[in-house]
Design a binder for this molecule. Structure first.
Ligand code: GLN
Ligand code: ZN
Length: 731
């Protein structure tokens, strides 16, 4: 049984990719040194592939993002110089970043809006692919024409067809230069209308007379029109048999053509649990009766996993259960060998580790949940009245989303604390000093609802993971979320419980420093799940409810401490939705219920906020409405008009804070710029429901611009209130 692997993380074992790129940006590394280092990293990956698998792509490496590279290659952006490339990635004129399918990897969105409708990809420059001709083994890698166009923006609907056909011509020319080519088409797994499937057929039929063998990869879900791919001139079809559960049904129904190769994606590229070799071999035996030619591979790109488990000091039992990218390659080999009959290594790989992380108390609480545990007993109108009385906030209350700049000192102290060079007492004093400072700062500026600044949190998910039982965190398990930005997804391996309050110390301290309300700040269960590796031995909704119960308890402790406003962040609420919309119902049901489970025991007087950002909200507005919050703060800088319309269409009655400051842009907007957003919004929302806030946390900003931005924001709120006064109305 042959093996094929792709998508190995480019980050490097010790985050070399991040280090060399950032040092290039800081001009500490020359372009030549950078290029050499990047080539070195690529060589390393190729040799890892070479060590474990029979086939693999070459050309997956990128300086920042593969979608951008494809756009440059196709002549959409003209790049003469590396600095011009990075201008498209970061800074003032950067392209938009958006989540790649239902993952937390963000790609740069190629923008066709500046492009002439007669643009026919005449300026393509395939040097980047051609340079891989010298590799005898690897198969040149390229993002497919359909996925590329489908994920770009600014293409008028009438032009999609001609662009795709024109693109298929240039891809055909490229293919003719090679014997084999690796084409990624994950967008084949979306729910596509018939016209687009017809277009795909037309485009790919263009390869008919080409001698190049096309290895086409789909992943993240199943391909609904698989049968129609059988008639196309594609040599091998890669299918995801882990997340694409329906792929196997299609194969059983339609078989698989003898003249094609099935690349069976059978080891998980999205999660870290070791593959059960026995079960996979049995699966292979089963599909062998439908497909004559099979190669096995990972089910989706491996860059959703850290490089290697080696060197991690996790519990030994846990280590024996997990596999990162390098270990996935090992598994492919193990499966291949076991399939031929040699089970020795495979058996060792799947050694029993015994039950651990089980908590009967937690299981019992889940089992006893009743309908009323998912509902706040008091309705919004009643809550509104009570909260208004207690909070006594002005019209257009001004607030922020939670974090304040995580400056060098904060990061340094945290590192010292982690290394044991700062005692927990000293660290706590440092954090309290910072909280004191930021409370004073917010009071001086004139914000109405304050936050504690989140200085103690490295990351909004990892922080909670470290406080909860049943979740482990890694030392070096980094993955890229975009560019050079990395995070370490925690590992949810057991039943989740809260041994003690997680955030009450800091929030309570912050509240003790001021008479104005301080918001308690929690990360919601969906976001914790989305940015972690989650156990698969119990249903995901159950894990979600377990986390929700911990947060429910935390709210109770907040209330005891006198906290009156609590925000539950769910930035990944949309991201975690399945690729295919037909599977949304099930997901959103438990996602919404998890939120409502957290807040169901909160007092009616406690004002619950939620926060979401950087997603397409129009499609999910119906689900958002089912979440029983009092206030939602939501990003609106990208699609101001649209968001307002969505909420207007559903006759939204609760309170809302549309972000008036895009904190991802590197300058703070002026009052009049922020005002434009509000003026538009006030046509849709009554002013007593309207909050004034930035569109996300300020942790990536620096202090001077934070101060300017927030002063402007408060000035805006004052002007809005003042104008009311001038008009002679009551405030
Ligand atoms: N409270 C978090 C912060 O301000 C929210 C971050 C997010 O939405 N991604 O940083
Ligand atoms: Zn946000």
């Amino acid at each position: 049984m042959q093996t094929y692997a792709y998508g190995f993380p480019r980050l490097g074992r010790n985050r070399e990719f991040k280090k060399i790129t950032e040092s290039l940006w800081k001009r500490e590394t020359s372009k030549e040194e950078f290029k050499k280092a990047l080539d070195g990293l690529e060589e390393d990956i190729l040799s890892i592939y070479d060590e474990f698998v029979d086939k693999y792509p070459v050309g997956e490496m990128t300086k920042y993002d593969k979608m951008l590279d494809t756009a440059c290659m196709l002549g959409i952006y003209e790049i003469k110089e590396i600095n011009e490339y990075y201008q498209l990635c970061r800074g003032k004129n950067a392209l938009e970043l958006t989540k790649w399918f239902n993952t937390n990897y963000h790609y740069l969105v190629p923008d066709f809006s500046q492009i002439n409708d007669n643009f026919l990809f005449k300026q393509v420059n395939f040097e980047d692919v051609r340079r891989y001709k010298k590799y005898k083994k690897g198969i040149p890698y390229i993002i497919g024409p359909f996925t590329f166009l489908k994920l770009s923006k600014g293409i008028s609907s009438g032009k999609f067809k001609s662009f795709l056909l024109a693109l298929s011509d240039v891809y055909r020319e490229l293919a003719d230069e090679f014997e084999e080519i690796h084409i990624d088409e994950p967008a084949f797994c979306l729910e596509l209308p018939n016209e687009e499937i017809e277009l795909i057929k037309k485009a790919y039929n263009n390869f008919k007379t080409s001698k190049c063998k096309i290895y086409l990869f789909t992943y993240y879900d199943s391909v609904d029109f698989l049968k129609e791919l059988y008639d196309l001139p594609i040599y091998a079809i890669g299918l995801d048999f882990v997340q694409g559960k329906e792929n196997i049904d299609y194969i059983k129904k339609y078989g698989f053509p003898d003249d094609k190769v099935l690349i069976a994606g059978i080891v998980n590229g999205r999660n870290i649990w070791r593959t059960n070799i026995k079960e996979r071999v049995a699966f292979l035996e089963e599909i062998s009766s439908y497909a004559r030619n099979i190669i096995i591979s990972n089910a989706s790109p491996l860059y959703h996993l850290p490089v290697t488990v080696e060197g991690e000091s996790l519990d030994e039992k846990l280590i024996k259960r997990i596999a990162f990218a390098r270990e996935r390659l090992q598994e492919l080999r193990l499966i291949s060998i076991a399939f031929e009959g040699d089970w020795q290594l495979a058996d060792k790989w799947n050694e029993e580790t015994g039950v651990f992380g089980k908590d009967d108390n937690v299981r019992g609480r889940i089992k006893n949940l009743k309908d009323e545990d998912f509902q706040r007993p008091c309705d919004y109108t009643e809550r509104y009245r009570k909260q208004k009385e207690i909070l006594n906030l002005p019209l257009f209350p001004a607030t922020t989303i939670g974090s304040f700049p995580q400056d060098g000192e904060v990061r340094r102290k945290r590192a010292l604390f982690r290394k044991g060079k700062l005692s927990s007492g000293e660290y706590r004093t440092f954090i309290q000093d910072r909280i004191k400072g930021v409370i004073k700062f917010q009071e001086d500026i004139g914000l109405d609802v304050l936050v504690h600044g989140e200085f103690e949190r490295t990351d909004m998910v990892e922080f909670f993971a470290q406080k909860l039982e049943g979740i482990a965190t890694t030392e070096n398990g980094w993955i890229i979320s975009y560019g050079t930005r990395c995070y370490r997804p925690p590992v949810i391996y057991g039943d989740v419980s809260r041994p003690e309050p997680m955030t009450v110390d800091e929030i309570g301290f912050a509240q003790s420093q001021t008479r104005r309300p301080v918001k308690g700040m929690l990360t919601g269960p969906v976001t914790i799940l989305a940015w972690s590796y989650v156990r698969e031995d119990i249903p995901v909704w159950e894990v979600s409810y377990q986390i929700a119960l911990c947060l429910q308890d935390e709210i109770r402790d907040y209330e005891k401490e006198g906290i009156k406003i609590i925000q539950i962040d769910e930035p990944a609420f949309r991201e975690k939705a399945p690729v295919k919309k037909r599977n949304w119902g099930k997901y959103f049901e438990w996602a919404v219920k998890s939120f409502n489970l957290i807040v169901s025991k909160a007092k009616p007087e406690t004002q619950i906020h939620t926060h979401m950002c950087y997603s397409e909200f129009g499609e999910i507005i119906g689900y958002i409405l089912k979440m029983d919050f009092d206030v939602i703060t939501i990003e609106a800088s990208r699609s101001k008009g649209d968001i307002i319309e969505y909420f207007q269409n559903v006759d939204f009655k609760r309170q809302i804070g549309l972000g008036v400051w895009d904190i991802h842009s590197s300058y703070a907007p002026e009052v009049r710029e922020m005002k434009k957003i509000v003026e538009r919004a006030l046509k849709a929302f009554p002013e007593e429901n309207f909050w004034i806030n930035p569109d996300c946390g300020l942790k990536t900003r620096d202090w001077p611009e934070t101060e300017i931005g927030l002063r402007n924001l408060v000035e805006l709120a004052r002007q809005l209130r003042g104008e009311k006064e001038v008009k002679g109305e009551k405030i």
